[in-house]
Design a protein around this ligand. Structure first.
Ligand SMILES: Nc1ncnc2c1ncn2[C@@H]1O[C@H](COP(=O)(O)OP(=O)(O)OP(=O)(O)O)[C@@H](O)[C@H]1O
Length: 301
């Protein structure tokens, strides 16, 4: 049986570490300290970002969070000119002599990546495969040559050297998820990729009860139900995540909904929260999805 025995706090959100998560974080810490970037991949809501934040905090350096999206470009990463600043000095110390000195300079704003690279921050690049592969190419020079090329910066220096304390943690959903670009092999080859899957029933129940204050047996009803729904998905994507389990637990708790498979209010809550992913993922009509959820609720006691 899995022993769950450590709990830390991240931004007021309890992050509960079961044995598997603890071991994953310990191993990742070794790899990242040895100089290798870490990449957590797995289904949506499996806890990749939470693990990345916990790992980053362990490095005890300022942490910068950046989210991948298809519009991200070099201007966001490296920086860009954001306008002009001008200064004017008018000297009329002697009445008959008038001197005017005016300087106009372009102002430059560092991008997030440049800031992290220069100052040795820990960068979490969340869902990086939602950015275009061409944008992510810049990481090849950072990870291989230890330099960040300064495209577009009107400076004599064509690059900045990567600070020795700079570390990067990537997270991504697998390729079959919508809105995700296939990552170039050259980049994947430079990362240590670790899989983060869904928790088992007991681990998930433990997280639910720690996070929401539900009794253990109530939390187990929710985690078993969500687990049963997940099993219906087999290899398909879009199965309900820990995030959904937490939503069900919080709403039931806040509204005093009895967590019992036979309770109609609980069944309705589960239909509302799980219905959409069942309709989408299993390509079912709404009524059939609701029937399935209701049946699984009754089965879960
Ligand atoms: N070990 C844990 N203990 C407590 N809460 C957790 C844990 N892991 C994940 N969570 C919670 O589950 C939810 C989903 O986690 P998270 O955002 O880290 O997943 P993700 O895999 O990064 O999701 P996505 O792919 O959608 O970005 C969050 O509300 C998070 O606080």
């Amino acid at each position: 049986m899995t022993v769950l025995n450590e709990r830390v706090t991240t931004n007021n959100n309890a992050f509960i570490q079961d044995e598997l998560t603890k071991s994953l974080i310990t191993r990742s810490l070794k790899y990242i300290k040895a100089g290798y970037p870490i990449h957590f991949t797995g289904p949506s809501g499996s806890g990749k970002t939470s693990i990345a934040i916990t790992l980053a905090n362990k490095l005890k350096r300022p942490v910068m969070l950046m989210h991948g999206n298809h519009e991200l470009d070099n201007k966001d990463l490296i920086g860009s000119f954001s306008g002009y600043t001008s200064s004017k000095v008018v000297d009329q110390y002697v009445r008959s002599v008038y001197k005017k000195d005016e300087t106009v300079t372009e102002s430059w704003k560092d991008g997030r990546l440049l800031e992290a690279v220069k100052n040795g921050y820990t960068l979490i690049y969340d869902e990086f495969s939602r950015s275009r592969p061409a944008t992510n190419n810049i990481f090849l020079s950072i990870l291989e040559e230890g330099v960040l090329p300064l495209y577009g910066l009107k400076s004599n220096r064509p690059y900045v050297k990567v600070h020795p304390k700079f570390k990067v943690i990537f997270t991504s959903n697998p390729n079959e998820y919508a809105g995700v670009y296939q990552t170039q092999d050259a980049l994947l080859d430079r990362l240590i990729t670790l899989y983060v899957g869904f928790k088992d029933k007991q681990e998930e129940a433990f997280i639910l009860s720690e996070k929401t204050g539900l009794e253990k047996d109530e939390a187990t009803i929710i985690s078993s139900l969500v687990q049963n729904v997940r099993e219906e998905f087999h290899e398909r994507t879009g199965a309900p995540s820990l995030r959904t389990s937490i939503q069900i637990a919080k709403i039931a708790k806040n509204n005093d909904i009895a967590i019992e498979g036979a309770n109609q209010n609980f069944q309705q809550l589960c239909m509302d929260l799980l219905g959409h992913s069942v309709v989408q993922g299993l390509e079912m009509a709404h009524a059939d999805a609701n029937d399935l959820i209701c049946r699984l609720c009754k089965k879960t006691t």
